[in-house]
Design a protein around this ligand. Structure first.
Ligand code: SAM
Length: 292
């Protein structure tokens, strides 16, 4: 954490004018497909970086640095930033932006041109994920990175507000679903605020939400993660059905589903939306009685 007794001088961040100038220079037409909404407000960047609670010795993974708004803020707080960007024009420009705005930090940022949903290796082991995520792939990106990089201990992501609610939803709530349970395998997710639309260029049509997470151990189970996730997918594919019915295909029939649920200590007439990740792990484990 930065020393509050010796506050660092506030460093300049990219505002609306700089973002427009950079976009004009690159002849950039932001695309919806890549979720390109760039933050144009330094206070929002400061708020995200503060909420992420990064220590100064950390390596931060940023997905989708875009024009560098958040990257500059992260470089002020962390030891190193690994920035993974899919757009080659943006990835090529970022080192120049850092050289211009944070010349003293040019050696502390690795820019990787890659799809974050498929990335399997990084130039440094990240301890935190902090990102304004491309909205249409936010959940698969978070789940992929938590699975692939166990060194990620905590993080803060900005996503569509309704996706933030889903990621952080507890069992039994209206928004609880596949993203909530799968995220809970890896970590505790908590909503950390709402961000309005006018801090972006172009402005999205919906509000954004911040989600903070801390990694925890997955539930103790003999079932694999893939086996547990298969139960979750089956249970929520037919959300309104009882688990006995929803898991019939997964178990090889309603009777076998009922038996597995009873072995797992779960009421067969309950719905998936009331179960926590540990209950899903018990069901996966109970599919094969020999391993239960
Ligand atoms: N971080 C910047 C900011 O806050 O202004 C930009 C955030 S913008 C919402 C999302 C960024 O993710 C864009 O730069 C986009 O090109 C990039 N992106 C989209 N899909 C991606 C993917 N699969 N892997 C890596 N980057 C991606």
């Amino acid at each position: 954490m930065n020393d509050t007794a010796n506050p660092q001088p506030v460093k300049a961040l990219l505002g609306a004018g700089e973002i427009r100038r950079l976009a004009a220079e690159l002849d950039l037409r932001p695309t919806k497909t890549l979720g390109q909404n760039f933050v144009i407000d330094g206070n929002t960047i400061r708020r995200i970086v503060a909420a992420a609670a990064i220590n100064e010795d950390e390596t931060v993974l940023e997905v989708g640095p875009g024009l560098g708004s958040l990257t500059l803020g992260l470089l002020d707080a962390a030891a190193r930033v690994v920035a993974v960007e899919i757009d080659p024009v943006l990835a090529a420009k970022l080192p120049q932006t850092i050289a211009q705005w944070r010349p003293e930090r040019t050696g502390s940022c690795d820019v990787v041109l890659a799809d974050a949903m498929r990335i399997t290796e990084l130039p440094a082991q990240p301890t935190a994920l902090v990102a304004n995520l491309p909205y249409n792939v936010a959940v698969p990106v978070v789940l992929h990175l938590l699975e692939r990089f166990p060194s990620l201990r905590h993080g803060l992501v900005m996503v569509q507000d309704e996706v933030a609610d889903r990621l952080a939803a507890p069992p039994g709530s209206k928004t609880y679903g596949v993203p909530s349970v799968k995220a809970a395998w890896y970590s505790q997710m908590r909503k950390a605020g709402v961000i309005g639309m006018n801090v972006f260029w172009p402005a999205p049509k919906i509000a954004s939400g911040l989600v903070r997470f801390e990694r925890h151990d997955p539930p103790a189970t003999t079932a694999t993660r893939q086996e547990v996730f298969a139960v979750i997918d089956a249970a929520f594919a037919q959300r309104r059905k009882t688990l006995r019915a929803a898991l019939a295909g997964w178990a090889g029939g309603a009777v076998l589903a009922e038996q597995a649920l009873v072995r797992a200590g779960v009421d067969p007439s309950a719905r998936g939306e009331v179960l926590d990740i540990r209950a899903f792990a018990r069901i996966a484990e109970a599919k094969n009685p020999l391993s239960a």
